[in-house]
Ligand binder design. Sequence first.
Ligand code: COA
Length: 279
Amino acid sequence: MSNQEPWGKTVLVDFSDDIAWVTLNRPDKRNCMSPELNREMLATLDALETDDRCKVVVLTGAGESWSAGMDLKEYFREVDGAPPIVQYRTRRASGDWQWRKLRFYVKPTIAMVNGWVFGGAFTPLVACDFAIAAEDAQFGLSEINWGILPGGNVTKVVMDTMGHRDGLYYIMTGETFDAVKAAQMKLINEAVPRAQLKQRVTELAKTLMGKDAVTLHAAKEVAKRVMSMDWDTANDYIYAKVDEAIFQSGGHFRKGAMKAFLDDKKLKPGLQTYDPENK
Ligand code: COA
């Protein structure tokens, strides 16, 4: 690993199968997110965006926790009395990676949930494109137990993702729930037996790698942005993004798929993805 790489302390990165396995690395603190970790994660995501070893980012946690949320000591107590500019910069650094960067990240992102997910950790969880968890992983909006409400963008991501009743229930009770329940409530895509977690995540990453990368990014950006648009605006925006994606990608994938289907009769795109390597 070169000295140029911005991870190595509170964040680790391994590369295999064209996947960057990004690990929140404060296991003795249950991977709660300190200002240092937030800065390291932002720099890591920035670097991976242009790193050819990474086609998909998987975000996981070291040890028994995915993340126990914001660091109550370093992110809250030690910053509470600081001048407003320090508080502002600390909060901004947290939001910068947890949702501003992650939500529209240029490469696909998968949260591989290995254990505890509390409070502030819901934001990067939801900002990832997909979330797959070990069945016994536990989730909790514990803020109410601390006498605070789910801050940052936690309340927003919960109410945008879970149903109204479920969201309010867990925000107001602070009760925990397991990954099977999280999948039922659509907070995550799937809960799988722990022994199959990495295999299932790898399988999903490989499926995503088979698609045209430019179109994949445009599809996700459009899907996330149209949710707050009216129908006419959405229609106009979607067509603009369709044209942009064809322009940026060169349209070769689309042309090749059309030829394979319409002319060569070799492909059923309804059932399989076009493989430019195997025309
Ligand atoms: N902020 C700061 N420190 C945290 C933390 C957090 N969010 N979560 C865990 N830690 C620290 C503990 O203070 C402890 O530090 P220490 O070894 O210096 O005493 C260490 O991590 C291990 O925590 P511990 O509680 O002993 O581990 P556990 O396995 O018994 O329990 C949890 C794990 C996650 C259930 C428990 O740590 C917990 O409830 N954490 C708070 C989670 C939370 O409410 N997060 C939302 C914040 S808004």
